[in-house]
Design a protein around this ligand. Structure first.
Ligand code: NAP
Length: 199
């Protein structure tokens, strides 16, 4: 399969690329690196990326920015980042990208378990994650030419280590990548894939 992976240079994206690279042609996209550059926050940039890459069998997004901060500290900019980048950036990948996915192909987005298991500091992230999961469920009802799903990672061990946290409750990026492969090769549609169901 020809797979366009947005966020390919990130912690999860690198692991997804490594898992898929043997069996598939992976085209890497990210903000500043990869085969093609894209800014998820700009629709024109998303259009330009698809024009450059052309038709693919699958699109995977392991991108989407949003900030952790205590509720009282979350600023207008924090909410706008979650809405413009993590939420609408990925929604626009579907709106613009659908016509670039071959018949029977798939688009897989990334939310996060904080939609359903929030924690202090996660309000703007949980907001975007929950909206993404509802969007996927609803949009799938009207997308018949492709499958649309969203993967909800838990805290990744490598990210926890980077933040100086105990990694015991995390899942490695390599294990997280298993759910993305399942979304691309499986037959699910309109689903939120919980990592823990795939490891
Ligand atoms: N890591 C975790 O523990 C965890 C847990 C739950 C959910 N998630 C979700 O999983 C996704 C990936 O997380 P991660 O930890 O792998 O992130 P990461 O390491 O920070 O990587 C982010 C990736 O997204 C790209 N990116 C950043 N801004 C972009 C933009 N405006 N347009 C297009 N691409 C952009 C980056 O490209 P450049 O390298 O070029 O900047 C990079 O490839 C995020 O949606 C995150 O919320 C992560």
């Amino acid at each position: 399969m020809k797979i366009l992976l947005i966020g390919a240079t990130g912690t999860i994206g690198r692991a997804v690329a490594a898992r898929l690279a043997d069996e598939h042609e992976v085209i890497s996209a990210s903000f500043s690196g990869g085969d093609v550059q894209v800014d998820l926050g700009q629709s024109e940039s998303i259009k330009a990326m698809f024009e450059t890459v052309g038709k693919v069998d699958a699109v995977i997004s392991t991108a989407g920015q949003a900030n952790f901060a205590p509720f009282q500290a979350l600023s207008d900019d924090d909410y706008q980042l979650a809405l413009n980048n993590k939420l609408m950036g990925q929604v626009n990948l579907v709106r613009i990208g659908a016509e670039y996915v071959k018949q029977g192909g798939s688009i897989t987005l990334t939310s996060g378990v904080l939609s359903r298991q929030p924690m202090p500091g996660s309000a703007s992230i949980s907001m975007a994650n929950g909206a993404l999961e509802s969007f996927v469920k609803a949009a799938a009802l009207e997308l018949h030419q492709l499958r649309l799903n969203v993967v909800a990672p838990v805290f990744v061990k490598e990210t926890m280590a980077m933040m100086g946290m105990d990694t015991i409750d995390g899942v490695s990026a390599a294990d997280t990548a298993i759910a993305y492969e399942a979304a691309v090769t499986g037959d699910m549609h309109g689903q939120t894939l919980d990592i823990t169901d795939y490891i």
